[in-house]
Design a protein around this ligand. Sequence first.
Ligand SMILES: [Zn+2]
Length: 201
Amino acid sequence: MSDSVEQVVEVAPQSGGWVKLSAGQRLRLIDVEGQQVADLFAVAEDDFDKWLSTSTSRSVAWRLFPRVGGRFFTTEFEPLLTFDADNSPGIHDMLFSVCRPEMYAAIGAALPHPSCHENFRKAAAEFGWNPTEAPDPVNFFQYTEIGEDKSLTAMPAPSKPGDSVTLRAERDVFVVVTACSMDVEPINGDRCTGLRLEVLA
Ligand SMILES: [Zn+2]
């Protein structure tokens, strides 16, 4: 099936972008060069108190990580997005918080360092969403390995160039996506690259 593309937003390496989806509309999120983690945030268009909560989404799904057919919920258990299709190895994270300047300082990165927290706030401010804290994101393509002792290891993303996931809006929503800036841990392979957002008709 070929989908017609209504809008394209290119997300440059170590930056963010956003789209507005009407209920029923779909967003294809493309890992252009492969191995690039995409942090995704969403909020209801008409009520900025209704934002995508990864802990609520885990609770509803009884799962640590998202998969096709699952949905993403607000803290009030209202669905915002459905995970409609996955053209990637199917490895995604829903555990890690957003990367931020204080974290890069703590792990000894050269400062200033771009971060998903700053890039989220910059993109969200463009449509008037200004939360002090970024919600915990859904980290598409991020590979978190869970050890026998329940430890977590950050692994390189296994996604290939052109891999994608598709989400369907359950109501009118804004979606923010940041191309993760992490270049200390190997989650983005050996370099940070860009993402493409396609709003499908
Ligand atoms: Zn990040």
